[in-house]
Ligand binder design. Structure first.
Ligand SMILES: [Zn+2]
Ligand SMILES: [Zn+2]
Length: 129
């Protein structure tokens, strides 16, 4: 009589896969940025530019990532008006302190540009906010 152990093998493989994914996620930011670097290589110049920017500003990138996560998990919600000019829009998140990823100002595009204009950094499409 054949032993029906085929199922157990599949289950084992599935668990291994989950383990692997979990471990990957638990790795530090170096791993995350490294995967980005690899991803970056496959992309066009324009995307590469903004990715490079992200890699050169890991603090900023991390803040952006955490914010996206919070939005996705609905821990915070995006308002429908700009906090500076009250214009109805889909405002962009502006970080004034990257060590506080969820502490953001919601700004329409012109206001966001203006905020960055006050500093030396010029915000471009695709940049971390
Ligand atoms: Zn505005
Ligand atoms: Zn900004």
């Amino acid at each position: 009589m054949a032993r029906p152990d085929g199922h157990r093998k599949t289950e084992h493989r599935r668990r291994k896969c989950i383990e692997y994914t979990k471990r990957w996620r638990e790795r530090n930011w170096e791993a995350y940025l490294k995967s980005h670097r690899e991803y970056m290589r496959k992309n066009d110049r324009r995307t590469m530019e903004s990715r490079r920017h992200a890699l050169e500003n890991p603090e900023k990138h991390r803040a952006q990532y955490k914010l996206k996560n919070a939005l996705w998990r609905r821990r915070i919600t995006r308002p429908s008006v700009c906090q500076l000019c009250n214009r109805q829009c889909k405002p962009q998140a502006h970080h004034h302190d990257y060590s506080k990823p969820l502490d953001v100002m919601w700004l329409c595009r012109p206001c966001h540009y203006a905020q960055h204009g006050k500093r030396t950094h010029v915000w471009r499409e695709g940049d971390p906010l």
